[in-house]
Design a protein around this ligand. Structure first.
Ligand SMILES: O=C(O)CCC(=O)C(=O)O
Ligand SMILES: [Fe+2]
Length: 331
């Protein structure tokens, strides 16, 4: 099987012929695989290194400290999830996680508020790592800047105005970052995270030196081994929806390390603002012919209203938060 392609982001920024070449490869890759390595992306190696150091310190905290900020305490779906608390395809994922999003004051929610408004609010931070809040929020903003630029490149690759997604992105797009540890499972279950698609616009992933990520292709599962200095970019369901299925949200999974080392990764998901709708791009005729409509799964209906769409996914992934803080069921 051919390995995932590597795209060089500085080509896009250089303009001219280099930019045109970048856009062509981006369009082809996104239609075929929906996943690629991104090189020369401008994200400082020191910021990546510091994030991973912090992640190691966080997961090494005593269990009771991590559990004191468990996600079930947060109506905003922020905080710590222990191994086994998340299910994919009805099976427990073997990973522990720390989720954070935009840090916001908790809005006043009343009977007439949209049901997704409760997702907004503050993060939970561990008392034992006081530097975590500032450092991770700065990191999240950097990931946001890069993914907003990338989204402009996606727009241009489809002959759209680069600002076509601005209504959902300018000022404060919805941000979501996950720090993840996959404990080694030399003899145990190997579902690090089960097969799934990401649900936002775009995902940027940084992985450490341990393999495990796999992408579904027509020829079977393709391993995506770490490639130093690169990020992995993949398309989420909302970008597939916006492009009427031209851009592809691809199924992927993580196989637990069957060795003597844990695997760490960090995923950043870019979403449009909660109070917006997913824009429907008007593709030029030559691209429209190849857009086959977004995948439709009766078990996972997609909504054009962004807040509803996000809430649907969060309620499913975190039934304990749903039970404790929400009375709605979106389906
Ligand atoms: O950890 C990884 O490599 C991928 C994680 C992932 O796919 C996800 O959290 O959506
Ligand atoms: Fe994913």
């Amino acid at each position: 099987m051919k390995p995932l392609p590597t795209l060089t982001f500085s080509q896009y920024l250089a303009g001219g012929k280099q930019k045109q070449a970048f856009l062509k490869t981006l369009r082809e890759t996104s239609k075929e695989v929906g996943f690629f390595y991104l090189d020369d992306h401008g994200l400082d190696t020191s910021i990546q290194k510091n994030t991973f150091e912090l992640m190691h310190s966080f997961f090494a905290l005593p269990a009771e400290e991590k559990l004191s900020i468990e996600m079930k305490h947060s109506p905003h779906f922020r905080g710590y999830s222990k191994v086994g608390s998340e299910l994919t395809l009805g099976e427990q994922d073997k990973r522990e996680q720390f989720d954070f999003m935009r840090e916001e004051p908790t809005p006043y929610v009343h009977g007439k508020s949209p049901i997704w408004l409760k997702m907004r609010g503050s993060n939970q931070w561990p008392a034992g790592l006081p530097r975590m809040k500032q450092q991770l929020l700065a990191f999240q903003d950097k990931m946001t800047e890069l993914s907003v630029l990338l989204l402009k490149a996606f727009a241009e690759s489809l002959d759209q105005n680069p600002n076509v997604f601005d209504a959902g992105l300018s000022e404060l797009p919805h941000q979501h970052t996950k720090l993840i540890r996959y404990p080694k499972q030399p003899h145990g279950s190997n579902q690090g995270v089960g097969a799934h698609k990401d649900s936002g616009f775009l995902t940027l992933l940084i992985q450490d030196e341990m393999s495990g990520l796999e992408v579904e292709t027509d020829e079977g599962w393709l391993a995506v081994p770490p490639k130093p200095g690169t990020l992995i970019v993949n398309i989420g369901e909302l970008l597939e929806l916006a492009s009427d299925g031209y851009l592809k949200a691809t199924v992927h999974r993580v196989v637990s390390p069957q060795s003597d080392k844990d695997r760490y990764s960090c995923a950043f998901f870019l979403w449009p603002k909660l109070d917006t709708n997913v824009p429907l791009l008007s593709l030029p005729e030559h691209l429209k012919k190849q857009a086959h409509g977004p995948d439709s799964d009766p078990n996972n209906p997609l909504f054009y209203q962004v807040g509803e769409n996000i809430l649907k996914g969060r309620l499913r992934s975190h039934p304990d938060v749903a039970e404790l803080h929400y009375t709605v069921h979106i389906n």
